[in-house]
Design a protein around this ligand. Structure first.
Ligand code: SAH
Length: 456
């Protein structure tokens, strides 16, 4: 079989990179056979070593770059301040934005078969550093000390990180402090292999506008020693902390959060603002991680919804009601639906907190609840969806096509599933008018889009 391939394992070859994959690797072709090489940039000539050959593609390692891309920059982080997942850190911010916009265009054409849709220039950040309001770091042990950071790519080895260049300083500080305190108290790190030890993850979340910090300790065991001292030390070292939460995850799993959650100290939630709307955020709830760009994204969703005060709006996958409450300011009534019960509790509390009365929230699967509402005669004029990476459930798309809202605003964190769903909606009577990519996650390959569809 390998005889028919143009390259063999361990070959050293010269290539020119033509493109980037959706996870940021360079793509070079030899007689049409694609090779994926981490670190290669379009336009660059390089020597690579072929390290793996599959039937339809190969993997290479970058050996030497003969001619560098104008978008290549020196990697700003070292091991100490690195954060896992910054796949684009070798590309200038300008280059990253170009790549992301391009990726959206390509995917919409290739998967969505959308030829004439307007894709606007991506909205990037003025300052694309220290933006994340949340960290969730795995804990390990080295030389008798706890370490916290990220997994080395394709391994289970944790790299100890002192500072992440993409997290807010308060978040970095919180992770460091809790790591040191737990070391002082000799709390052991969880070990995946033996399923022993205590501390699995430290999570920190910070309300940028309110200055409120939440610390979540995720442990294997429900009990662990010195809880009182731990709390005292955290409160003393981190004056911004308003909530310390303990989450127990006793399972052998790589899912981070477990089922049992208990407040160890302070409030159950912290608060933050997006625009003028105040939000209570609990440990288990989804909350956008880039507060600056979230405002940009939600403003766009509101603009596309073009509300006059007369509309009934459904916000599917509403989380803690962030988009719902934003829309409620301009709509007649908003109905939010979300699968996580705690998030809906937060959503209701958030409506009350802001004195917003024209919203109603329901717990359940969007694909089950919305068809039920529709059967009961509750159709919407405007439907907003903001699904997780896997996109909308087919049953939901079908209900949209039956219910025929005038407008659909699709907020997406995954261009591939977005394109798939847009195709279905196009075939079912909708036209995709505008796509606005927003860079919510600088230096990573992720790209968010806000899309307007109207009934044909
Ligand atoms: N719109 C919110 C949340 C978006 S994230 C915001 O901007 O903050 C996607 C949300 O969908 C998560 O809160 C997740 O819990 C929820 N979710 C996942 N699958 C779902 C389903 N089948 N039905 C309803 N909600 C779901």
């Amino acid at each position: 079989m390998s005889r028919t391939l143009p390259v063999s394992k361990n070959d050293y070859i010269d290539v020119v990179f033509e493109d980037l994959t959706h996870d940021g690797a360079g793509v070079a072709k030899v007689d049409g056979y694609p090779l994926f090489v981490e670190g290669g940039l379009p336009g660059e000539q390089a020597k690579i070593k072929v390290i793996k050959v599959n039937k339809s593609y190969g993997i290479g390692r970058l050996i030497e770059i003969y001619q560098k891309s104008p978008y290549r920059v020196d990697i700003p982080s070292s091991e100490k301040n690195k954060y896992g997942g910054c796949q684009l850190e070798h590309i200038s911010y300008e280059g990253q934005l170009k790549y992301k916009e391009n990726q959206v265009r390509q995917v919409l054409t290739r998967i969505g078969k959308l030829e004439n849709v307007t894709v606007h220039q991506i909205i990037g950040m003025d300052d694309p550093w220290y933006y994340r309001n949340k960290a969730q770091v795995p804990i390990g042990e080295k030389d008798g000390k706890l370490i916290a950071g990220f997994f080395k790519p394709r391994s289970h080895e944790i790299v100890d990180t002192e500072e992440s260049l993409i997290q807010l300083p308060e978040v970095n500080e919180a992770v460091q402090a809790v790591k040191e305190i737990c070391t002082e108290l000799e709390i052991s790190a969880y070990d995946e292999e033996s399923h022993k030890g205590v501390l699995r993850h430290i999570m920190a979340r910070y309300g940028k506008r309110t200055g409120e910090l939440m610390v979540v300790l995720i442990t294997r065991t429900a009990d662990f020693p010195d809880q009182k001292e731990l709390v005292e030390k955290i409160v003393e070292r981190l004056p911004k902390v308003k909530s310390i939460v303990h989450n127990v995850n006793s399972k052998r799993t790589n899912v981070i959060l477990g089922e049992k959650t208990k407040v160890l100290w302070g409030n159950e939630v912290i608060y933050d603002y997006i625009g003028d709307v105040k939000f209570a955020i609990s440990a288990l709830s989804f909350y956008q991680v880039n507060p600056v760009q979230t405002k940009v994204l939600y403003d766009k969703a509101l603009e596309y919804a073009e509300l006059t005060g007369e509309e009934r709006v459904i916000d599917a996958y509403c989380g803690i009601g962030t988009i719902s409450l934003f829309l409620a300011q301009k709509a007649k009534k908003v109905f939010g639906v979300e699968i996580v019960p705690e998030a809906i509790e937060d959503a209701r509390r958030n409506a009350e907190l802001n004195g917003i009365a024209n919203v109603e929230f329901a717990v359940g699967e969007a694909e089950a609840v919305i068809p039920r509402w529709y059967k009961e005669g509750n159709a919407a004029d405007v439907l907003v969806v903001d699904p997780p990476r896997k996109g909308c459930d087919e049953a939901l798309l079908k209900t949209i096509m039956d219910m025929k809202p005038k407008k659909v605003v699709y907020v997406s964190c995954n261009p591939a599933t977005l394109a798939r769903d847009l195709r279905i909606l196009e075939d079912g009577g909708y036209t995709t008018l505008e796509v606005q990519p927003v860079d919510m996650f600088p230096h990573t390959t992720h790209v968010e889009c806000c899309v307007l569809l109207v009934k044909k």
